[in-house]
Design a protein around this ligand. Structure first.
Ligand SMILES: Cc1ncc(COP(=O)(O)O)c(C=O)c1O
Length: 438
C-alpha cells in the first residue's frame, strides 16, 4: 500500500513538474512575442522599423533545415493566399479562443428568428460590430449584416441580389485589371442568365447596366482603389477583404452600399469559411439572405461561434494591449510580421536585380495613429528581364509556384505571390529568390 502511494506521489510530482516547465516555456514565448509589439500610437515609421519579428531571420541567417539539399529541392507553393502565417499568433494564445459545443447545441436551422438574417448567430453579429468599431474600418450603423460561407458565397449572393430580376440580358460585371482572379470564374460559373463577366472596368464602354467590383486594397497588387467606370446607374460592390491595419493604413471607416469582409484574411481563419456583408439597402440584404437560404439553408453555426470567439479575442487584444492578458494587439503583431516580410522581399528583389515590385506611398492610419506604408497580402512581382515573357514559368523553373498575370486580366510578365504562408516556407522563398541570377 505504502509502495503504491509512493509511486503515486512520484507520478504526481512528475506531472506537476512537467506542467510547471510547460507553463514557463509558454510564458517565455508570450514574453518574447510581447517584446515585438510596441507599434505604439504616434510612433514614427522610422521608429517602427525596429519592430521586426525576431524569429523571421534574414536569408543569410536562415534556419539550418532551409539550407539542406532538401530545401533546394523543395517546391515552394505560393499560388494560393492560404493565411497559415497567422498560426504564429494563435498558437501561443492557447485556449483563449477555444470553445466547447455540446452535441445537443447548434442543432436547429435557425439562429435568431427576429433578425432579417435568421441564420446569423447573435454573438457573431455583436462581435462584428464591436471589431469594426475598435478598428475603425467600416460604418456599421444603419447596415444590415449578412453572414456567409466565406465572402465567396456573399459575392455570389450580392450578384444575385443586385442583378435585375426581370431583364432579358444578363448584367455586365466588371473590375479594373489586375482584378482578383476568382471574379470571372465565380461570375460565370453557372452561366447564369442574371449576370455575366465583362472584364476590365477601365476599358468598359458599353452603354449598358453594370456592376463594378472595387477591391480595396486590391488583390493582386495591393493598391487602394475607387470605382473607375463612374457612370450613373452603375452598381458598386466593395470587396474589403484586405482593409485591415496589418495590410494598409486605415484612412476612414468604409461607408459603402455593400461591403464584403472575411475572417480568412483579417484573422487568418480561412478554414472557418466565414464572411460577412454590410448592406445598406434592406431589399438587397433580403435577396442576399434568400440566395444563401436557397444555396446552403444558412451558414454553419459552429463556424459562426468559433469566428465570434476569435473576433472577441482580437478586439480584446486591441483594447487591452500592453496589459497582463495581452502584451500586444493582434494587429500590432501581424503588422510587425508583414513589415518584416516586405523588408526581406524588397532586399531579395534588389539583390537579384531581375524583378520589380510596386511602390506605395505612406498614409495616416487612424488605427495606429501613425503615418504608415502598405504591406499587401500578395506581392505583385514583375519580371524585368527582356528574354523572359512568362514570369510564372520562369519561377516554376526555380521551383517557385505563383499565379501568372493572365489570371488577373494582364500580361504574363507579372505574377502574384502569397505573403501569408508559414515562416519556414517564406524564408525558403526569400532564400531561393535571392539566388536567382542572370
Ligand atoms: C479579394 C478577395 N475577396 C474574397 C476572397 C475570398 O474569401 P473567403 O475565404 O472569405 O471566401 C478572397 C480570397 O482570397 C480575396 O482575395
Amino acid at each position: 500500500m505504502a509502495v503504491v502511494s509512493l509511486r503515486n506521489f512520484f507520478v504526481l510530482s512528475l506531472a506537476l513538474n512537467v506542467s510547471l516547465i510547460l507553463r514557463t516555456i509558454n510564458q517565455n514565448e508570450k514574453l518574447q512575442s510581447g517584446a515585438l509589439m510596441a507599434v505604439q500610437k504616434g510612433a514614427k515609421v522610422s521608429q517602427m522599423a525596429f519592430l521586426s519579428f525576431p524569429s523571421l531571420s534574414s536569408p543569410s541567417a536562415a534556419a539550418p533545415e532551409i539550407q539542406t539539399p532538401l530545401g533546394s529541392e523543395r517546391i515552394i507553393n505560393l499560388d494560393h493566399g492560404d493565411p497559415t502565417m497567422y498560426e504564429q499568433y494563435w498558437k501561443p494564445m492557447g485556449d483563449k479562443t477555444t470553445i466547447v459545443i455540446p452535441g445537443w447545441q447548434s442543432m436547429s436551422y435557425f439562429s435568431d428568428v427576429k433578425n432579417l438574417c435568421w441564420f446569423m448567430e447573435p454573438e457573431f453579429a455583436k462581435q462584428i460590430v464591436r471589431l469594426h468599431n475598435v478598428v475603425g474600418n467600416a460604418v456599421t450603423e444603419g447596415r444590415h449584416i449578412v453572414v456567409g460561407t466565406g465572402s465567396s458565397q456573399l459575392y455570389l449572393a450580392a450578384l444575385y441580389a443586385l442583378s435585375p430580376q426581370d431583364s432579358s440580358n444578363p448584367i455586365n460585371v466588371v473590375s479594373a485589371a489586375p482584378y482578383y482572379s476568382s471574379y470571372p470564374l465565380m461570375t460565370d460559373c453557372v452561366k447564369s442568365g442574371l449576370h455575366k463577366w465583362a472584364g476590365d472596368a477601365t476599358v468598359f464602354n458599353k452603354d449598358e447596366p453594370y456592376i463594378e467590383l472595387v477591391t480595396s486594397p486590391n488583390n493582386p497588387d495591393g493598391f487602394v482603389r475607387h470605382s473607375v467606370v463612374n457612370r450613373t446607374g452603375g452598381i458598386l460592390v466593395h470587396d474589403l477583404a484586405y482593409y485591415w491595419p496589418q495590410y494598409t493604413p486605415i484612412s476612414t471607416p468604409a461607408d459603402n452600399d455593400l461591403s464584403l469582409f472575411t475572417v480568412s484574411k483579417s484573422t487568418g481563419h480561412a478554414g472557418l469559411r466565414i464572411g460577412w456583408a454590410l448592406v445598406k439597402d434592406v431589399e438587397v440584404a433580403k435577396r442576399m439572405i434568400k440566395f444563401i437560404e436557397l444555396n446552403t439553408i444558412g451558414v454553419s453555426k459552429d463556424s459562426q461561434l468559433r469566428a465570434a470567439k476569435v473576433l472577441e479575442v482580437v478586439s480584446d487584444s486591441c483594447e487591452q494591449a500592453g496589459g497582463l492578458e495581452y502584451a500586444e494587439s493582434f494587429f500590432h503583431f501581424s503588422h510587425a510580421l508583414m513589415t518584416e516580410r516586405w523588408r526581406l522581399l524588397r532586399e531579395a528583389v534588389k539583390r537579384s536585380g531581375l524583378f520589380s515590385l510596386p511602390n506605395f506611398s505612406s498614409a495616416h492610419c487612424s488605427f495606429f495613429d501613425n503615418n504608415l506604408g502598405t504591406q499587401p497580402a500578395f506581392a505583385w512581382l514583375k519580371c524585368d528581364r527582356d528574354d523572359v515573357d512568362d514570369c510564372e514559368s520562369f519561377l516554376r523553373g526555380h521551383k517557385i509556384l505563383t499565379r501568372g498575370g493572365k489570371h488577373f486580366g494582364v500580361g504574363p510578365k507579372y505574377v502574384r505571390i502569397s505573403m501569408l504562408d508559414r515562416e519556414e516556407t517564406y524564408n525558403l522563398f526569400i532564400e531561393r529568390l535571392s539566388q536567382i541570377r542572370l
